[in-house]
Write a protein that binds this ligand. Structure first.
Ligand SMILES: Cc1cc2nc3c(=O)[nH]c(=O)nc-3n(C[C@H](O)[C@H](O)[C@H](O)COP(=O)(O)OP(=O)(O)OC[C@H]3O[C@@H](n4cnc5c(N)ncnc54)[C@H](O)[C@@H]3O)c2cc1C
Length: 319
């Protein structure tokens, strides 16, 4: 009988784990692009997430931790290994992984989606702090990885999710499950310790401020309108948001626009006509086409303006 490279991994998983073989990853990303994972584990609780990661580590199989898939481009050949998807717990478990610890503190499992689930649950209770991030696709774990951010209501500064984070439970790179404070994460712009250590967020606590619900709803409306005017609608134009990092405070979109590539189409992928730092899937785009567009933007901006664009999105698997 042929040797199954995943036998040890599957044996190390708790028996109730949900595992699928050769599953296309495209539906699990906001780009809706990407080939199959050899194995996909659906981890719907902090316990199952920790168990799947431990099983992958102990059996030595290549693995990737996936959240909402909103900041990634998965290759057309998919991922040779195990993709562990951090998902929200079933509704039966309280509010689906969302628990209020006191009047102003909420604990959310890593796989809970910040929008709509966590934001709606907190806004309904008249709690401010997470409402700034309305309309941004993310899990709680992905939000900490990235230090999720958006403009303040007066658009004068950037709000970061670290401002309302009280602490988190993590599985450390060394395999220890423990609670850490906000300072542990060493947050920066689009950065946290999670980029530099293989720690996994299992759940996070947010300390919010009481505020009139109507005030919060006004900010939500205004932020959604702001996004509507500038960003592609994910249903019409699947994307992974901004593709390249800012350079010395200059938006990459401005540079790509300046070299005339706004609206440029290659196969079924295009540089979005309203925002040149976003590449959109016009229907059936391949990862290879997105990569070619990224290369074109990088070489043209370097040649004509002398700036080196650095990707902000993660490239996962085989291209
Ligand atoms: C239309 C659109 C608009 C966007 N607008 C914004 C914006 O305004 N502001 C902004 O900040 N971002 C924005 N983004 C980017 C994206 O929403 C964020 O990066 C988001 O936080 C990604 O979360 P995720 O769950 O999808 O993570 P994924 O994309 O699935 O994963 C990203 C990384 O996080 C890691 N990760 C996931 N879960 C965990 C965990 N539990 N523990 C440790 N690491 C983990 C993954 O391994 C991976 O390396 C936008 C994206 C889109 C598509």
């Amino acid at each position: 009988m042929a040797h199954d490279p995943y036998r040890d991994f599957l044996r190390a998983l708790p028996p109730e784990s949900i595992v699928q073989r050769r599953v296309s990853l495209a539906p699990f990303t906001t780009f809706r692009i990407g080939g199959p994972a050899d194995l996909l584990v659906r981890a719907g609780t902090p316990e199952s997430l920790a168990a799947a990661i431990q099983a992958a580590r102990s059996s030595g199989v290549p693995h990737f931790l996936l959240g909402r898939g909103a900041n990634l481009l998965v290759g057309d050949q998919g991922f040779r290994g195990v993709v562990i998807r951090s998902e929200a717990p079933p509704e039966g478990d309280g509010l689906g992984g969302i628990h209020f610890l006191d009047e102003v503190t909420v604990r959310a499992a890593a796989g809970v989606e910040t929008f709509p689930d966590l934001i709606l649950a907190t806004v309904e209770r008249g709690l401010a702090g997470l409402h700034h991030y309305v309309g941004i696709p993310s899990t709680v774990g992905g939000a900490l990885w990235q230090n999720l951010h958006f403009l303040s209501p007066d658009r004068k500064r950037t709000c970061f999710i670290e401002e309302v984070l009280a602490g988190a439970e993590i599985l450390t790179a060394e395999g220890e499950r423990r609670r850490v404070g906000v300072e542990y994460f060493e947050f920066g712009y689009d950065d946290s310790i999670l980029h530099h250590r293989a720690d996994v967020v299992l759940s996070a606590d947010f300390r919010l401020q009481p505020a009139p619900v109507e005030e919060l709803r006004a900010v939500i409306r205004s932020n959604l309108e702001w996004r509507d005017e500038r960003h592609p609608d994910l249903w019409l134009y699947p994307s992974a948001g901004s593709v390249f990092q800012k350079i010395d405070g200059i938006g990459a979109g401005r540079l790509i626009d300046e070299v005339g590539l706004k609206g440029h189409v290659l196969g079924a992928a295009g540089i979005f006509h309203k925002h040149a730092n976003i590449i959109v899937n016009l229907g059936g785009a391949r990862a290879a086409e997105v990569r070619q567009l990224m290369d074109l933007a990088q070489t043209t901006v370097a040649r004509e303006l002398g700036y080196d664009l650095v990707p902000e999105i993660g490239l996962v698997g085989e291209f």
